[in-house]
Design a protein around this ligand. Structure first.
Ligand code: DP6
Length: 343
């Protein structure tokens, strides 16, 4: 399909955190309480097209139009996207009028109801498409800061491969950006996602991390361990030491979930298939396969392994009771314009 005049389409792969982000130092600016570290994937991403109505002809009261996977977005999503676009409009100044409304169409590479559709790839693709459609050419670190304002994990999907997100020190958040980590390029790893039985909709990350910070006695302990994990993960990536990286990834995920489980009331993302998939990963490891798990704010299990072992890992996880299907992804590039905007 050819993009409409002025329309820009961007693609961003999602990313999976190996050292998790779970907590904010400033909710309004969406500043993380700690750094985090992730792997950007080549698939399971979001493709987003943005077109600003250049003459502002929408008139007073006109709203941005957001279509997600072929259907109009709900009110909460529209409000979150509009707040994000308002920042882009403010930044673009006269390039795009403050009354110009946007038409945004976005497609997720995984079924929305699967619980895998991530705000990470969504806001990274939106940051790239919206700025370019508004006539801005931001450097990647500024795109990362912008994407973070939409969703903390999105800051990381601006870059490809292994990425570290900085907590930053400044109150305005201008130094809370991600950067690509040297050393991981070309490392032939895979991430096998075991999609487990879809249960009740889990609590979203934003609300859950806020609830954890407010009520979990383990939150302070969680925060205190992250810098040690970041340092160990950096060393493991530079040395391409998968077992060393895997140990950090597992303990970071388990500690994040432990902090959430200790909240009051508890936040439990796991279902029986989640635990069965963890046991499967550990059993594969006992058989000599270097494979390690991580779990995000949902019941699915993501297994990190070498490319040569990905098929065996996927077959084993697919046989776990309650696992609906598996998806395998490789490291991928950062968010980019794929149509329009001079691409
Ligand atoms: C468990 O980035 O979705 O995936 O900044 O509030 O939008 P907001 O949160 P979000 O949280 C991600 C949580 C996580 C861990 C991670 O990706 O680091």
């Amino acid at each position: 399909m050819t993009a409409a005049a002025g329309a820009v389409t961007a693609f961003a792969g999602t990313n999976i955190a190996l050292v998790k982000y779970w907590g904010k130092r400033d909710a309004a600016l969406n500043l993380p309480a700690t750094g985090s570290l992730s792997l950007t994937l080549d698939r399971l991403g979001t493709r987003t097209t943005v077109h600003f109505d250049g003459d502002g002809g929408g008139g007073a009261g006109a709203t941005d139009r957001i279509v997600m996977n072929g259907a109009p977005a709900d009110a909460a999503t529209t409000a979150r996207v509009t707040a994000f676009l308002d920042r882009v409009r403010a930044h673009a100044g006269s390039r795009v009028g403050s009354t110009a409304r946007a038409f945004v169409t976005t497609e997720n590479g995984v079924p929305t109801a699967s619980g895998l559709a991530s705000s990470a790839s969504g806001f990274a693709a939106l940051a790239v498409a919206a700025t370019r459609a508004a006539g801005l050419e931001l450097p990647p670190d500024e795109l990362s800061v912008l994407a973070r304002l939409g969703s903390g994990s999105a800051a990381r999907s601006i870059f490809g491969g292994f990425v570290e997100m900085a907590r930053g020190q400044r109150a305005d958040g201008s130094d809370a950006a991600a950067r690509p980590l040297a050393g991981g390029e070309g490392w032939d790893v895979r991430l096998v996602v075991a999609v487990t039985t879809v249960g009740p909709k889990p609590m979203g990350s934003t609300a859950a991390m806020e609830h954890t910070a407010r009520t979990s006695p383990y939150y302070a302990a969680w925060l205190a361990g992250v810098d040690i994990d970041l340092a160990a993960a950096r060393v493991a990536i530079a040395a391409r030491d998968l077992p060393a990286l895997g140990v950090v990834a597992e303990r970071s995920a388990l500690r994040m979930h432990a902090a959430a489980m200790a909240a009051d009331p508890a936040i439990i993302y796991w279902n029986p298939a989640t635990l069965a998939a963890l046991a499967c990963v550990r059993a594969l490891r006992e058989r000599g396969l270097p494979v390690f798990f991580t779990i995000d704010a949902g019941p699915h299990v993501k297994a990190l392994c070498r490319a040569a072992h990905a098929d065996e890992v996927a077959v084993s996880l697919a046989a776990v009771p309650g696992v609906v299907k598996t998806l395998t992804a490789a490291p991928g590039p950062g968010a980019r314009v794929v149509e329009g905007g001079g691409a």
